[in-house]
Design a protein around this ligand. Structure first.
Ligand code: FAD
Length: 342
């Protein structure tokens, strides 16, 4: 089944809570229904297109004068298993954290560190979500969907390598942006999980809760996240607004000479990740507002909507912050949040 609605309010469909209107809004319940719609309707008849999951990584700065496609494809299915692993497929419309909890309860490990990340399965490979030392790419083995770049929409399946995963990116976000709709994702999870607890404070938190197992790790992650990040149901936000910049070892060294307390994380291949939150904090923006938008007082990487902010207001604040970071450190901050509109 599919449903096409006109002049649809996106306010409850983006975690910033921005009041933007989509000229056309399509919901579909299955891969087959989406394919059917795309074969009967030419997407190039619409001025613009956007694929929307939970809207937790988007900033609307205008109304959307095109078609928003929102897959509501549900279903979680065990595809295969052996003594060590399971392969599980989940529909693009399944809530990510529901899926993580479901796997943890089954005793299948690999994604427990990604607990409580908002959004739906469809965006997971697009973004290659990551947290607490784990990226979704490590558990994804196939992404299924529909390619729109040819005259006729076609079903496509990408294996792990073809997804070209990188730091918060993939082929779906880069080369195939706007041309491939994810309809389901196949994950490989372990029946004998090894735990990734090296992230600061995690091992201690797990210890306080009890022995190390999937449930305690999930609970520890949830507690840490809740203590640091604002709940988007209460305060509009989209998590980290900026990516952590990556620089060469040479540049990292000269920055360290100038700022000995700058946290730096070598990531191999002669590259070093710098904590964007620290850079923003040092510009003095943490906890400060510009109109109805503000930098969160506990986590400088997060921009919040204090209530009634427009997308443009939030965008302007992000520009002010990025300009100050550039001026102070000569580092360009790249947005993690996708800005929609102009
Ligand atoms: C409080 C908070 C904390 C967060 N913490 C983290 C974190 O720790 N780590 C992290 O990585 N992210 C984090 N995020 C960001 C966000 O949750 C992730 O990027 C998430 O994967 C977005 O999912 P979504 O369904 O909301 O996607 P949306 O915001 O709807 O879309 C994100 C992108 O994916 C595309 N997309 C969505 N669905 C599809 C589809 N079916 N097919 C093709 N393209 C699609 C969209 O077009 C867009 O480009 C956080 C956000 C919030 C609000």
């Amino acid at each position: 089944m599919y449903r096409l609605i006109h002049n649809f309010s996106l306010r409850d469909h983006n975690t910033f809570g921005i009041s933007a209107i989509a000229k056309h809004y399509l919901t579909v319940n299955s891969h087959g229904d989406l394919l059917h719609f795309l074969k009967e309707n030419n997407l190039s008849d619409y001025e613009n297109r956007l694929f929307l999951g939970g809207g937790s990584n988007l900033l609307f700065i205008n109304d959307f004068n095109g078609i928003v496609i929102h897959p509501e494809i549900g279903g979680i299915r065990l595809v295969s298993e052996n003594k060590s692993f399971v392969e599980v497929e989940a529909g693009a419309g399944v809530n990510w954290d529901y899926f993580v909890e479901w796997c943890v309860e089954k005793g299948w490990g690999g994604i427990e560190n990604l607990s409580l990340i908002p959004g739906n399965i469809g965006a997971v490979p697009v973004q290659n979500i990551g947290a607490y030392g784990v990226e979704a790419a490590s558990a994804i083995i196939e992404v299924r969907g529909i390619t729109l770049d040819s005259d006729s929409p076609a079903e496509s399946v990408f294996n792990q390598q073809e997804c070209k995963f990188g730091y918060r990116t993939s082929i779906f976000k880069a080369q195939l942006a706007g041309q491939f709709i994810v309809t389901s994702v196949l994950f490989r999870l372990s029946k004998r999980p090894g735990f990734q607890l090296q992230y600061e404070g995690l091992i201690e938190k797990v210890g306080q809760i009890g022995g190390t197992n999937l449930r305690t790790v999930r609970q520890a992650i949830i507690e840490i996240r809740k203590s640091k990040l604002p709940d988007p149901v209460i305060v509009g936000n989209a998590g980290s607004f900026f990516k952590n910049p990556v620089v060469s070892e040479l540049i990292a060294k000269s920055l360290k000479n100038l700022h000995p307390d700058m946290p730096q994380y070598p990531i191999g291949s002669g590259l070093v990740k710098i904590a964007a939150g620290w850079l923003i904090e040092k510009t003095g923006w943490k906890g400060k507002s510009a109109g109805k938008a503000a930098i969160h007082d506990k986590q400088a990487l997060v921009i919040i909507n204090k209530g009634g902010a427009s997308g443009k207001e939030i965008f302007r604040l992000s520009e002010l912050v990025a300009e100050d970071v550039l001026r102070k450190f000569n580092i360009v901050l790249e947005r993690e949040v996708q800005v929609v509109g102009n």
